[in-house]
Every structure is written in C-alpha cells, then in structure tokens.
Design a binder for this molecule. Structure first.
Ligand code: S3P
Length: 449
C-alpha cells in the first residue's frame, strides 16, 4: 500500500456541512425498523459502520431504499416483525452495530450468529452479554483471557425470547451497553432500570422517546417499559457528526490565519466534551444556533440539539480532563492528544483506559505516532486500573513515518498532526477512514486549497 503523504498548511478557510452523526444514525435505523411503516432518515451518512447496521436489518427482513444520496427510507415491521436470517450476520468492524444488535436480538424468538471483523473480534463483549443473559437471553460466545481476566468475544450466538426486566448498575460507562439493555428492555415483561456510573451520550433515550416508547430518564437512571409498540415520527433529520467535526475544529485552532464554520453539528451534551475542553484550552470557538431553516429544525432526531460551530486560529494552553468528562469526548481523545501536543504547558487526561479497547489500542497508537513526531507524552498507570496520559506541549511537531493501526480516528488524527507539522508525514494506510468519515480527505483538500 502506498503511504498517504501530508505536508503542512499555511491557512485554512471555509464552510463545512457534514453528513449525519454516526451514533444517531445507527439508532435511527434500528428504531425505524422496529416501528411500523415508513420512516425517512435525512442527512444519512454513507460510512461503513452505518451501512453494516443497515445490512444487518436487511438480513432480518427489513426493506429500505435510498431516496436521494443522503435520504434513506426504511419500512419498519414493528417490534415483533423481524425474521430469522438465512445465515450468520456479519457486522464488519462496527462495535455499535454488534452491541446494539445484541440488545435487539435478545428479544427475538430465534437464534442468530453474529460474526465480526478481525479488530472487532478482539474487543470485549462480556459487558453486554452479561446483563442480557440475566434478562433471559441465551448467549454463547468465544471465551479467552484478556488483561488477566476471562473475557467474551465475537462470534456470538444469541437466542432471544420473552425477557424479564432487570435493574442494572453498569460497571463501565458505555452508551453501547446502556443502549443494548434499553433495546432489550423493549421486549421485557415490565420495567427495566439502567443506572450509569457517569452519564453517557443519550441518543438512544432521545430517539426512543421520539418513537413514543415508555421511557423516563432522571439523573443517571433510565427506566423503560417493555412490550409497548413504537410509533415512528416518520421524518428524522440527523445532525452533522461532531466526532467528524472534531478533526477540523482542532486543525483550525492549531493552524495560523484560519477560520472555518461547521454547519448543523450535533451538540448533544453527552458528546460536547471536545468543545468544552478546547474552550478551556483557550480555543476561539463560537457556537451559534443552527442555520437550518426552522421547518427542517423541527424534525431533528429526537430533539437532538444542533448548531453551527465557528473556529479561529488560537494559541492553545494545556488542560486537565477529569475522568468524569471522558465519556463526553471518548472518541475525540486521539485528536485532543494532537491539540495538547501543540499547546503551551502540560495537559493531563485522567482515567482514559477505555481507549485501550477501541478499534485499536488508541493509547498505544497515538503515543507511538506522536512520539515519532517529537511530542512529549507519558502514560501513567494508577493503582486503580486507571490510566492517565500526560502531555507536555512542544513548540512544533516534525513530519515522520506513522501508522494508522487500521484505526480511522488514529489515521485522521495523524493527518491533522501532519498538516500542523514541519516537513512531510507519511501515514501507512488511510483506507480505514471510511469506517466513519469517507468524505474526510476530500473536505480536507478543499479547505487547504
Ligand atoms: C458509541 C459509544 C461509545 C463510542 C462509540 C460509539 C455509541 O462506545 O466510543 O464510538 O454510538 O453508543 P462505548 O459505549 O464503548 O463507550
């Protein structure tokens, strides 16, 4: 594979409209499939992960059609309308597809085998199989030791059926696990209660409410009533993906003479950590209400907040990220490591060990790459199975030969680091970027022209 070459840019200007948020789009496909009749999903993204969810529901008997390039029509079959697929379902590398689908399949009266790609097959699944089993689903998986404890991995065979409700205190803060339990809760005979250690993105809760599910959320506790059919809002607009926006927000902040405007971006508080933290780092960021016309605005998925984000060149300073903030910026930590490497002073990112079990070990991938470019980074293990990243900002980074480790967010973070570095940066393989953001390189080219 020929490496992708990045050279420094002098300035960055322009407006960006991003395709729909990946997390919200997964939920839109799932709930549209589980309600009856037609739902139109606007600003639907064509990333690989969302297409895996769509493909999985097609195998479960759901029909869909593209109306325009970014408009998807789904014909739902109701809570009990899915049918047994002809063979196993392959979910590629999409962790959200696999974990949320397990929640849905826990409620189906048939057996399905879920197979994952090579990197997803190494990611821990016990966090989701355990609560689903206690609701009554029969689940078999591959068992292996990981980090000195027995862990479960794909492939996973699930046989669902009538479920019993549970009251579950989640040991890890994970929106995927929470969502799997809530989706299974749709099929439980009574009220399922989930308590989170720290609030995580609430896209599932918002969308379930907009599909008229019996759901109540207060503080860290969510209650869902089972066996109540879903009613589609018929038309959903998915706001732009803040996790994709994050790369351009950081790039504009660390580049000279730059100003960009990202339009109609999802501003869910459970995802807004990147903006809050960059503002603490002294970034010149302004968030305004959305420029979408009000008719469109009213259809925004589950009342998800949305707005325009305007970023200008800034002189960043070091920051402390507390462990409670981590879920609100978990996917943005790699790009924040780039920002911190070029900020004045020291940054400390606390309790970030979940990065070890993403598409790749992102603590390793980002540290290894940024060290090659001259960054000053240390990883500290605390005695409580927690890890902190300590970064001392440097005046400038230097181009180097780096690796994506097959991980989309490592690849995009290194492209941004390369654009801010002196000399050329070579990234071994950027094909993984299509997992979440197939338009990334095209937009980058346009902005830096
Ligand atoms: C996601 C939740 C997060 C995030 C992932 C998408 C979701 O994972 O990292 O990219 O859509 O619910 P965890 O639930 O494992 O924290």
């Amino acid at each position: 594979m020929t490496p992708f070459v990045v050279r420094s840019v002098s300035s960055l200007k322009g407006q960006i409209n991003l395709s729909g948020d990946k997390s919200i789009s997964h939920r839109a496909i799932i709930l549209s499939s589980l309600s009856s009749g037609l739902t139109r999903i606007n600003n639907f993204p064509s990333n690989k992960d969302c297409l895996e969810t769509l493909g999985a529901f097609a195998k479960l008997g759901i029909k869909f059609k593209k109306e325009k390039k970014d408009t998807l029509l789904i014909i739902g079959k109701g809570l009990f309308g899915l049918r047994k697929p002809k063979g196993p379902i392959f979910v590629g590398e999409s962790g959200t597809t696999l974990r949320l689908l397990l929640g849905v399949l826990a409620g189906q009266d048939f057996e399905v085998k879920l197979i994952a790609g090579s990197s997803l097959s190494k990611r821990p699944m016990r966090r989701v199989t355990e609560p689903l089993r206690s609701m009554g689903a029969k689940i078999r998986s591959r068992i292996k030791e990981q980090r000195s404890k027995m862990e479960e991995f794909a492939p996973i065979v699930v046989r669902g059926g009538a479920l019993k409700p549970i009251a579950y205190r989640m040991p890890v803060a994970s929106a995927q696990v929470k969502s799997a339990i809530l989706l299974a809760g749709l099929y439980a005979n009574g009220k399922t209660v989930v308590t989170e250690p720290v609030p995580t993105r609430d896209h599932t809760e918002r969308m379930l409410k907009s599909f008229k599910a019996g759901l109540k959320a207060s503080g860290n506790k969510i209650v869902i009533k089972g066996n109540k059919g879903l009613v589609s809002p018929k038309d959903i607009y998915v706001p732009g993906d803040i996790s994709s926006a994050a790369f351009f927000v950081v790039l504009a902040a660390i580049s000279r003479n730059s100003e960009i405007c990202l339009r109609n971006i999802s501003l869910n508080p459970g995802r807004g950590g990147i903006i809050t933290v960059l503002k603490r780092m002294n970034a010149d960021i302004r968030v305004t209400s959305s420029s979408l016309d009000s008719a469109r605005g009213r259809q925004v998925a589950g009342g998800e907040p949305m707005g325009d984000v305007i970023v200008k060149s800034s002189r960043l300073k070091g920051v402390t990220i507390n462990k409670k903030e981590v879920p609100s910026l978990i996917d943005e930590l790699p790009i924040l490591m780039v920002a911190a490497s070029l900020a004045r002073g020291r940054s400390i990112f606390k309790g970030v060990q979940e990065l070890r079990v993403k598409e790749t070990d992102r603590i390793k991938s980002m540290t290894e790459n940024l060290l090659k470019m001259g960054a000053d980074i240390k990883v500290i293990e605390t005695g409580h199975l927690e890890e902190h990243i300590v970064i001392k900002g440097v005046e400038c980074l230097g181009g180097a030969k780096v690796k994506s480790f097959g991980d989309h967010r490592t690849a995009m973070s290194m492209a941004i680091a390369g654009l801010a570095a002196e000399g050329a940066t070579y990234i071994d393989d950027v094909s993984c970027i299509k997992k979440s953001f197939p338009e990334f390189l095209r937009i980058l080219k346009r902005l830096t022209r």
